[in-house]
Design a protein around this ligand. Structure first.
Ligand SMILES: *Cc1c(COP(=O)(O)O)cnc(C)c1O
Length: 364
């Protein structure tokens, strides 16, 4: 605490990201990164942008990242998405931050699940947004009807991840639609960081954007496209919502995406074959890992993400996490009510999953 800090800064409770250890020998299953490399076409595009002397970096990037908006629109063209429906930012965390400030900050409290992405309350603190938490049911599922409010008590907005984090549970698209349709006066933000791992046909709420002016769907290239280090995220919504986000962005940072990020992200979105191959590999490993964990007595929530949320009826989660760490494997343990007996484990390569299982067998 310093006398030089503003009153706002003194009151902040910042987000604590999962550990990014400096040691390289660890099996890192704690922050939901993709274990496979990004598209080689993305790497080549970034190398081409850099050139031999890096001269392109003398110049500012395109402030609107038009090429990237076009690539996102092309990827979702079947849903009627055009560049005017797309907002891009420096990681989806930045896109979410602008949504909190620009679309969710209203007189009434916003709603989000009691167990969810822990950045949401942090943004509420930063931007002065009131919130109420809506409890997941006994099976850790979101209940759409719990978000229906009488019009006199309409929420300032609604946000939830789908699949939810850290549970991994998917809310079927029809239930997402019930929440959006049931709250026509509030913006509903669906944070789909993990939706690409939900199955062959991706049940994205982008399919509903043309129908609902109050829906904003947020995606990231950090998970399913293996580009967490590049920092690229985007939102898809009707042009009025996107315009609101552009107003906030252009009052904050005109150039959130650098030249390398724009070229790498465009090429990654165009490489559909690589995207499909890696997400299918992760899904396959997830199903195999869940089956093997069950043999060890673990109970795993049904996961549609690139991580699982599991507990062992006879073993304390904190003790297990510490024992794994001693064996150079890091997983995430949240010391929060209702979930303190769960471990969140990122799906690694099959080799990493095998190392995890071997360590668990030894510990148990
Ligand atoms: C990882 C994650 C994000 C942030 O992704 P970035 O694009 O890397 O900022 C957003 N929401 C949820 C639920 C996540 O798990």
């Amino acid at each position: 605490m310093s006398k030089y800090w503003s009153a706002t800064t003194k009151k902040l409770t910042p987000y604590v990201p999962g550990e990014q250890p400096k040691l390289t020998k660890l099996v890192k299953l704690n922050t939901n990164e993709n274990p496979y490399p990004p598209s080689p076409r993305a790497v080549a595009a970034m190398q081409a942008e850099l050139g031999t002397d890096g001269a392109a970096l003398r110049l500012y990037p395109d402030p609107n990242a038009d090429r990237l908006k076009e690539a996102v629109a092309a990827f979702f063209a079947a849903h009627g998405v055009t560049p005017a429906h797309v907002f891009v930012g420096n990681g989806s965390d930045e896109v979410l931050a602008h949504a909190f400030q620009g679309l969710l900050k209203h007189e009434r409290p916003i709603l989000f699940p009691d167990i969810t992405y822990s950045f949401y309350p942090v943004y509420c603190g930063l931007y002065g947004v009131d919130y109420n938490q809506v409890a997941l049911d006994g099976d850790f599922a979101i209940v759409a009807d719990d978000y229906r409010q009488p019009s006199a008590r309409k929420p300032g907005g609604i946000i939830f991840p789908n699949p939810n984090a850290p549970t991994g549970r998917l809310l079927p698209l029809a239930e997402v639609e019930r929440i959006v349709a049931g709250n026509p006066d509030s913006v509903v933000v669906v944070d789909e960081a993990y939706i690409d791992f939900a199955g062959d046909d991706i049940p994205t709420a982008i399919a509903l954007v043309a129908k609902y002016p109050n829906l904003l769907v947020v995606h990231t290239l950090s998970k399913s496209r293996s580009l967490a280090g590049l920092r690229v995220g985007y939102a898809v919504g009707q042009p009025e919502l996107i315009e609101g986000l552009e107003r906030v962005k252009n009052s904050f940072n005109s150039y959130p995406l650098d030249r390398l990020a724009i070229s790498g992200a465009v090429a990654a979105l165009e490489d559909v074959a690589h995207f499909d191959a890696t997400r299918q590999a992760v899904i396959k490993s997830r199903e195999a890992l869940v089956a093997e964990m069950a043999k060890l007595g673990f109970e795993t929530l049904p996961s549609a993400a690139n991580f699982i949320f599991a507990r062992h009826p006879q073993h304390d989660a904190g003790t297990l996490a510490a024992a794994l760490r001693e064996r150079s494997i890091i997983v995430r343990h949240f010391k929060s009510p209702r979930i303190e007996q769960f471990l969140r484990i990122t799906i690694g390569t099959d080799e990493q999953c095998m190392a995890l299982l071997a360590a668990l067998r030894e510990i148990l």
